[in-house]
Structure formats: C-alpha cells, structure tokens
Design a protein around this ligand. Structure first.
Ligand code: B12
Ligand code: SF4
Length: 478
C-alpha cells in the first residue's frame, strides 16, 4: 500500500534574526515571506496542497526547528520539501534541510530564493539538495509537482550522475494579475512586526505589487531580473481589501524595489483608495528620479506617509561608479518635493562604494544634515551574490570571505580600494550619531509626540541607536 501524502509540498523559510539576549531583539521586524506565500497560493489554486512553515515569521530558531517540524508535519506525509533562502540564511537553511534529509531520505528537497538563484551550482553541491529553482517559482514548482522528467522543466538546476545540469531559463510571468490573490490564511499574519519608524498604524504587513527592476545598480542582487512585471491598480486594491476586511490590516509597507515605476499605475491605485471606505496608512520605496509633485500629493491623500529613497550617496562620481543612474540634483528635488507633500522621507545611504573617500563620507553626513530627511538607514556595501559587485569581486580577487553568515554588513567581505574596513565601521556609527543625536532632530521628535504609539516608537528608536555603537548592519536596497 502506498503511504498517504497529505501535502504535495511544504515550503520553509529559515529564521533570521538577533541572537537571544541581544538588544536588537527589541527592534526586530518580521513579515510573511511573499515568495513562498505566492507559490503556495498558486499551487493550491491549481488543486495541489501546499503548506507554509515560515520560521522567520513564527520566530522558530534553528535549534527548535526539527522538533516543531515533527510535531506539525510528522504524521502528514508530503511529496516535496522546499526551502527559501537569502545569502544570510543559506547556511541555516542547509542545516535545517540536512536534518530533515536524515529522516526523510526519499523526499526530494528543492531550494529557491535569492541565494539559490544567484549560485545554483553551489547550492546543489551540498549533497542533500535535489533541485534548485532559479527565479520565479510558481509555474516551475507546479511543473516539478506534475512531472518527474526534470530535463523538460525550464528554470531549474539539478544533479544527474553527479553532474550539475542547468536547464533553460523559465519564462517570466508577465502579468502578475494572472496569479491568484495571496491566501493569507496560510500564515499566522498576526505575528507580523514592522520595523521601527516604518508605520503609523497597526496591524501592519508588507505587499509586493511588482517584480523585477530595469535598473542595473552594481550592488543590487536582482532575483527575477531586469524585466518589470506589475499588478494592476485594481488588483492591488483587491488584495488590500482582503487584508483590510479579513485580517484587519491597517498599515501596508510596499516592499516593491521601486513602487513608483509607472506613474499612471500608482495614480489609479491612489484614486481607488481615496474613493473607498478603506482607510489605511502605507509606505513605499522609490528611486529619486521617479518623483512627480502632483503624484506625491495624491499619494499623501491616499494614506502614504513615508517614502524610502535609495539615495546611496550624494556624490556624482560615486553614483556613476555604482551605476545608479541618478544625480545629486535628483536627490535634492526628491527630498524637497516630498517634504512639500508632507510625506516623511527615509533616506538609504551606503558607505564603502567604489570611489568613496573620507571626504565623500564626511560630505554625505553634511548633506544629510542640510537636506534633513526624517529618518536615515545606513549600510556598509556588501557584495551580495547575484550583484555585479559580487561578480567583479570574484574576478578581481577582492572578496575576502565566502562564509555567507558574515554577509550582513558587520564583517569585512570586500576590500575597499582606499578605505580600511575599520574606518567604514567608524563612519557607519558616525553617520547615525551625527544625524540622530543633533538638537534639530531631538526637538523635532519631541514636538511630534501626539499619541501613545508615537511615544512607543520614540522609545524603540532610542533602543535602536544603542546597538549601532557596537555593531554595523546591512540594509535592504532599492
Ligand atoms: C520582501 C523582502 C523581504 C521580507 C521578506 C523576506 C522573505 N523571506 O521572503 C523581509 C523584510 C522579512 C526581508 C528580510 C531580509 N531580506 Co529581503 N527582500 C525582500 C524583497 C524586497 C522582496 C522579496 C519578495 O518578496 N519578492 C517577491 C517574491 C514573489 O519574490 P521572491 O521572494 O524572490 O520569491 C520568488 C522566487 O525567488 C522563488 N522562490 C523564493 N523562495 C523559494 C523557495 C522555493 C522552494 C522555490 C521553489 C522557489 C522560491 O519563487 C518566488 C515566487 O516567484 C527582496 C528584493 C527583491 N526584489 O527580490 C529583498 C531581498 C530578497 N532581501 C535581501 C536581504 C539581504 C534580506 C535580509 C538578509 C536583510 C537583513 N539584513 O535583515 C533579510 C533576510 C530575512 C529572511 N528570512 O530571508 C536580499 C537578498 C540578497 C541575497 N543575495 O541573498 C534581497 C534580494 C534585496 C537585495 N536586492 O539586496 N526581505
Ligand atoms: S538598487 Fe533599486 S533601482 Fe537599483 S537595480 Fe536594485 S532595485 Fe533597481
């Protein structure tokens, strides 16, 4: 008799966070993983049975994983196991996968996400990964569940007679409206916790309304490539309706790489929100060269209260070196117009780019103090697999370690041509300190207190400054 399988696939995201007892714990943020949620929602809509075990959202650490997995799925039966991993979580995912492989020897293990997409060969070399899905996973995973003939499935890498085979690329999903609305009941949404300073209301969650980015910034790891595909305004609105009415979500953080890529799409989306009973607050990210004053006013009216701009540097030559394709004048324009629209600005800055000098790092601090964004987010440049910086580093030998656990900004990964890593760390702290610990910022913050939530936010903000003295960190790019 064949064993009954309750699930076709269990999709797992590893835990990523601060070590127990470390002060970062107080300001940790976590959300559902949109990638595996989308795959599971799609597979279930096609008649398969997919389950999600999101250890990041549920805060299940590596040491708790095997026991909790057993409790939840031990008696269920499943055909495949899938792990989603970024570079910083790949080692943890390996250990988790290995522990399951010991027990479930005949269950194929699939890896997907940012790191496996960038380095599929590496991921297959560990002995317990059977298949790597490269890029978007919905259709490719469905094809795997439907057929054992791996040779015929585009967008995967696998091992045959000990040799890694990388098949043809899969076709991108050009219209994201073709995918079903995410089935949020697959994950415990009540566990979402936003990053300090990124919300006005609670509960909060994230949404992705576009995939791909036409930009080619050298430091950026683009998981699904350069072709942009989007959800229509109506589709974004429909998903928000589900989140608002069924999950009582009141704050959305749009995690699209660059939300304002198509002005008309965002304009129509804002109109749908303005003319509805749904009163949510939301934030998004944008390039500084995608700023339209009249659109900003409409966004504000529709509930947008903060935009994160990928500024990276105020230096024209550095912007050229990283292929950002923006100019300092775009930055000044974006900041002043966003202020006029009364939308908060979170400015993302990078230290240790090609061409950076001490003078440039000092000037960045000066410009931040002069232009006065509301919040800043600083990162020491890390060569993430999948980025041009990583590929260049491989060929010129400037990458100092391939220990993926260290790829989070606090260790030296790549040698800067002139600035020692200790100096970059010093400027990481200095930029935060000089920006946040100045009388203007402190007074502005005190005068902005108008609710208990604001007091809570400020308290968490103070806590978040403390670890910066001890540790550096990496940011999400856009
Ligand atoms: C939303 C987001 C988050 C969310 C959710 C993370 C998550 N686990 O999904 C939060 C805020 C929690 C987060 C945290 C972090 N993130 Co993040 N994040 C993103 C962002 C902006 C969008 C990802 C997304 O949802 N896209 C939409 C979905 C549909 O695409 P997707 O996730 O790529 O998934 C598709 C495929 O990759 C594939 N797939 C994914 N997993 C799997 C698994 C299987 C089994 C299969 C078959 C397929 C498959 O199918 C999916 C559907 O098509 C990306 C940037 C980007 N544009 O991709 C960065 C990005 C993925 N994050 C990144 C980083 C560095 C981090 C952090 C390490 C940051 C930090 N220092 O704290 C942490 C890691 C936490 C973690 N547990 O993974 C990097 C990863 C780079 C790299 N080479 O690894 C990216 C690429 C940003 C960047 N350009 O630098 N992140
Ligand atoms: S940093 Fe932003 S603009 Fe540049 S390639 Fe990445 S997602 Fe696109």
């Amino acid at each position: 008799m064949t064993e009954k399988k309750q699930y076709d696939i269990i999709l797992i995201t590893p835990y990523y966070g601060a070590k127990d007892g470390f002060i970062w714990k107080a300001i940790e943020y976590r959300f559902q993983s949109p990638g595996i949620l989308s795959i599971a929602s799609y597979l279930n809509s096609c008649g398969f049975k997919a389950s999600i075990f999101d250890c990041n959202l549920e805060q299940i650490t590596e040491s708790q994983f095997a026991e909790k997995f057993e409790k939840r799925y031990g008696n269920s039966g499943f055909r495949y196991l899938g792990f989603s991993a970024a570079t910083q979580t790949i080692n943890s995912a390996y250990r988790m996968a290995n522990s399951l492989k010991q027990k479930y020897k005949n269950i194929p293990i699939i890896f997907g996400g940012a790191h496996p997409t960038a380095l599929p060969k590496d991921v297959l070399e560990n002995g317990f990964t059977d298949i790597v899905v490269i890029g978007e996973g919905e259709i490719t995973t469905k094809n795997i569940l439907e057929s054992d003939n791996l040779e015929a499935i585009n967008g995967i890498a696998y091992k045959k007679n000990g040799k890694v085979i990388i098949n043809k690329e899969n076709c991108r999903i050009t219209n994201l409206d073709d995918l079903p609305i995410n089935d949020y009941s697959l994950v415990p949404m009540e566990l979402c916790k936003p990053l300090i300073g990124s919300y006005e209301k609670l509960p909060a969650t994230i949404m992705i309304t576009a995939r791909g980015c036409p930009g080619r910034c050298t430091f950026c790891s683009r998981v699904v490539g350069n072709q942009l595909s989007v959800q229509s305004p109506q589709r974004i609105f429909d998903e928000i309706k589900t989140l608002y009415y069924d999950f009582k979500i009141r704050q959305i953080i749009f995690y699209d790489d660059t939300f304002i890529s198509d002005r008309k799409r965002i304009e129509e989306f804002c109109e749908l929100l303005i003319n509805s009973d749904i009163k949510i607050s939301w934030t998004c990210s944008s390039r500084v060269d995608k700023v339209f004053p009249d659109l900003l006013s409409k966004m504000k009216k529709a509930g947008c209260h903060q935009i994160m701009y990928g500024i990276e540097s105020f230096n024209e030559q550095v912007l050229k070196n990283i292929n950002k394709k923006t100019r300092p004048s775009d930055i000044y324009f974006a900041i002043s117009e966003t202020k006029k629209a009364k939308i908060e600005i979170r400015a993302a800055i990078m230290l240790g780019n090609l061409g950076d000098t001490i003078e440039i790092l000092e000037d960045n601090i000066k410009q931040l103090k002069k232009t006065k964004p509301d919040l800043i987010q600083v990162a020491i440049t890390t060569p993430l697999p999948g980025s041009q910086l990583f590929t260049n580093g491989l060929s010129n030998g400037s990458i100092k370690t391939f220990d993926w656990d260290k790829y989070e900004g606090s260790d030296e990964i790549i040698r800067h041509e002139t600035i020692p890593f200790a100096t970059l760390q010093k400027y990481y702290k200095k930029t935060y300190m000089k920006f946040y610990l100045r009388p203007y910022f402190i007074c502005k913050t005190i005068f902005s207190i108008n609710s208990f939530l604001k007091i809570k936010l400020i308290f968490s903000g103070i806590i978040s400054i403390v670890p910066i003295v001890f540790r550096s960190s990496q940011k999400k790019t856009n």
